[in-house]
Design a protein around this ligand. Sequence first.
Ligand code: GDP
Ligand code: MG
Length: 163
Amino acid sequence: MSNIVAIVGRPNVGKSTLFNRLLERREAIVDSTAGVTRDRHYGKSDWNGVEFTVIDTGGYEVNTEDVFQEEISKQVQLAIDEATSIIFMLNVEEGLTDTDQEIFEMLRRSNKPTYIVVNKVDSAKEELAATEFYQLGIDKYYTLSSATGSGTGELLDDIVKDF
Ligand code: GDP
Ligand code: MG
């Protein structure tokens, strides 16, 4: 049985930063090859010895608002089809947007285990600002600083527990 975790969200929320961080851990343990490319979209990771595949979605160029919406829906649908768990990433710097609400609605309808993650929470100030995301009508979100890795432990503990 394979566990596949997809990271979805609008551009610039920090998906690839988290993806690379999850892969680096893994590579640090099992792959010492230098110069391994960082721009791939699938990678293997593990947490406390539990292995899983991570999918980084996005990587497209956003030209117009239409393409933006269409591409994001496509990526989210792909993640719903492919993944066993989904990380929905939000950006505390930008706050909750209409597109976030639309993505969340798609995820909610899918009934896939979804972890709502508010990224770029680098300090206590952002921790407070993150409460805005309760507007989604959720009981729980995780706060993360993908840049430093803070918060990833609690998130991964819960994700692998639910496999
Ligand atoms: P993606 O488009 O969702 O894949 O986002 P990226 O991972 O490419 O990150 C977009 C920008 O946000 C980059 O400049 C990152 O360095 C920055 N970023 C990512 N995570 C964090 C974070 O936790 N805190 C801060 N302050 N910046 C971050
Ligand atoms: Mg990216």
